[in-house]
Design a protein around this ligand. Structure first.
Ligand code: BTN
Length: 252
């Protein structure tokens, strides 16, 4: 069970999370957000949250696992006009907000480009943003956030047990999901009001600056030195002494 009132008590926002749609069980909060937008039932800043996400969507068409009654799965709907450049920064702002919230609670998170949230090099959270573009204008933006909070190791499917972690596994005590959700949302609103601050702050959490990274891009395997991100959030990678810029690639 997630208590909407507990989220709202802890929120320090003007518009994000003022409307909360809670579902005890749901396929995917991103999918539900999409339906609400399609049916004209969505508000700017609306939050969709569930206690049990059965069929969560991850990046690269993968599934996202959430421990029922243990993890956090939420989506925020953004309906205000957005420039293309600012829209590119939203996924980074979301990952950054999760990292800031975890730091605020005494953890030492890092971010792997573009927005895998890690603790001790294990994945603890991820971001999936989806948008609807019409006539070259971004009409709506869905910011999906998944975070492992109170899962024990046996809660994770076997194939994730080596690479995933949760806040409980890192500290040995349970955390209130509503509080973590509210802190993330409060940071997110702050970054959505100040797009210029996102890149520099994001860099302070990046765990692979100036190191060699490898990735697949347009079907080819590439590797190079990660030199940071540009103003659009693209990765700057030095390959054979040339800096090349890549949109959302998946680092290995
Ligand atoms: C990733 O693969 O790293 C991104 C995972 C994003 C999962 C979240 S959980 C809430 C929201 N709803 C979904 O179906 N997916 C995102």
């Amino acid at each position: 069970m997630i208590f909407k009132s507990l989220i709202q008590t802890n929120l320090r926002t003007e518009y994000l999370g003022k409307n909360i749609e809670y579902y005890q069980i749901i396929d995917s909060t991103n999918k539900e957000a999409y339906e609400l937008i399609k049916n004209n039932e969505a508000f700017h800043g609306m939050m969709i949250i569930t206690d049990n996400q059965k069929n969560g969507k991850g990046r690269s068409n993968k599934q996202w696992y959430m421990g029922p009654s243990k993890g956090l799965a939420m989506s925020i709907i953004y309906l205000k006009k957005l420039s293309y450049d600012n829209a590119l920064l939203i996924p980074l702002a979301a990952g950054l907000s999760v990292a800031e919230a975890l730091k605020n609670q005494g953890f030492k998170p890092s971010i792997k480009w573009p927005n895998d949230i890690l603790i001790n090099n294990k994945k603890i959270g991820g971001i999936l943003c989806e948008n609807k573009i019409q006539k070259n204008t971004i009409e709506s933006f869905i910011i999906g956030i998944g975070l492992n909070i109170n899962e024990t190791i046996n809660d994770f499917p076997k194939d994730l047990q080596e690479t995933a972690t949760s806040l409980y596994l890192e500290k040995g005590f349970s955390l209130q999901r509503e509080l973590i959700c509210a802190i993330i949302t409060t940071f997110l609103e702050r970054y959505l009001q100040d797009f210029n601050s996102i890149i520099n702050q994001w860099m302070t959490y990046c765990n692979h600056l100036d190191t060699e990274v490898s990735f697949h891009y347009q079907g080819e395997k590439c590797s190079g030195i990660f030199e940071g991100i540009n103003r659009k959030g693209y990765a700057k990678i030095r390959i054979d002494n040339n800096i090349k810029e890549f949109p959302s690639i998946i680092l290995k």
